[in-house]
Design a binder for this molecule. Structure first.
Ligand code: ATP
Length: 323
């Protein structure tokens, strides 16, 4: 099911949270709304869900205007950080909740509900936790159960607000991959909010970069990273360095450099301030001659320029690309 967002604006008092947003999300797509805190991501997601009413504009699902539809009639599933699991219910009952709440005519029988719940728990690979209570689960398990609960009513659209926000880095990574795979399996249209560019790059088919209530750029992860539409997008999508060259300056990412121990023409002399092995790459912080702002370079860990390198030594650097 596709989502069409047309001229959506929203104010909170004098504050313009969303300013004339237009966005088409295709059926089956996994889209990330990415941007800094307060840029309006959550507000947009809540408007799609029907939890918030826009001041202007409309939302359509597959061409049908749902602006006037109540949240219950939109048939969207959502996993919001603050919509926690029901504490007094077992995992099973949490996942069954949406089905049991259906109007009598549409409500499946208990045996059918049980079958469906076990199917969903198997899908999130947590069937063995059916009888536990939420407090007896890890954070990652809770998020997966919340996802199973959201999927129980077979929504055509799934909305996720910082679904992995509170988890530690390793669990986040596992869940991200798992979500991307799941998404491929069940062909949902999903929109998720994140302020973490790595998360957006890794999971999403397309990224919507937002800033101060407007969309700065929409594109595939590679597109927005390689061809940022604005300085804001460039800086938001990854670390960046600035090198002052006379009156001008060039911007480059830490991995877009060549390093050398020897002085080479067109390379800039620098002093090594810090050396950080980060796994496959090593990050070297440099104080380039004639410039106060430090520069970070990342090269493969066995790069020639790193052999026996220590702080305080000289290195020569040349940015490979400029933006
Ligand atoms: N109910 C409300 N009343 C007043 N202001 C609000 C309300 N909801 C959101 N805002 C404001 O609107 C702006 C956008 O909020 P929103 O939650 O959409 O941002 P966000 O991009 O999701 O940020 P975060 O990543 O911090 O959640 C913020 O400045 C916020 O303070």
């Amino acid at each position: 099911m596709s989502i069409e967002i047309r001229n959506v604006s929203k104010r909170f008092g004098a504050f313009q949270a969303l300013n004339d947003i237009n966005l088409d999300i295709h059926s089956g797509e996994l889209v990330a709304l990415l941007g800094p805190s307060g840029c309006g991501k959550t507000t947009l997601l809540r408007i799609i869900a029907g939890l918030e009413t826009p001041d202007a504009g409309s939302i359509a699902f597959h061409g049908e205007d749902v602006s006037g539809h109540d949240v219950r009639d939109r048939n969207v599933g959502f996993v919001f950080q603050h919509y926690a699991l029901f504490r007094h219910m077992t995992v099973f009952d949490n996942v069954a909740f949406g089905l049991r709440m259906k109007p009598k005519r549409e409500r499946p029988s208990e045996p059918v509900i049980a079958e469906k719940v076990h199917e969903l728990l198997a899908m999130v690979q947590l069937d063995w936790l059916a009888d536990r209570y939420p407090e007896q689960l890890s954070g990652g398990q809770r998020q997966r159960i919340a996802l199973a609960r959201a999927l129980a009513v077979a929504p055509k659209i799934l909305l996720l607000d910082e679904p992995f926000g509170a988890l530690d880095a390793k669990v986040r990574k596992e869940l991200r991959r798992w979500l991307a795979r799941l998404h491929e399996e069940i062909n949902l249209t999903s929109v998720f909010v994140t302020h973490d560019q790595e998360e957006a790059m890794e999971v999403a088919d397309r990224i919507v970069v937002m800033n101060k209530g407007v969309i700065e750029q929409i594109g595939a992860p590679g597109e927005v990273y390689e061809h940022p539409a604005s300085d804001f997008v460039y800086h938001f999508l990854g670390d960046s360095n600035r090198l002052q060259l006379g009156d001008g300056q060039i911007l480059f990412r830490p991995h877009e450099v060549s390093l050398s121990r020897e002085a080479v023409s067109e390379y800039h002399g620098a002093e090594v301030r810090d050396i950080r092995p980060l796994g496959a790459v090593t990050r070297v912080t440099l104080k380039v001659d004639g410039q106060d702002e430090l520069v970070e370079a990342e090269v493969v860990k066995d790069h020639d320029s790193l052999v026996g390198l220590a702080r305080g030594e000289r290195l020569f650097i040349k940015p490979k690309a400029s933006a």
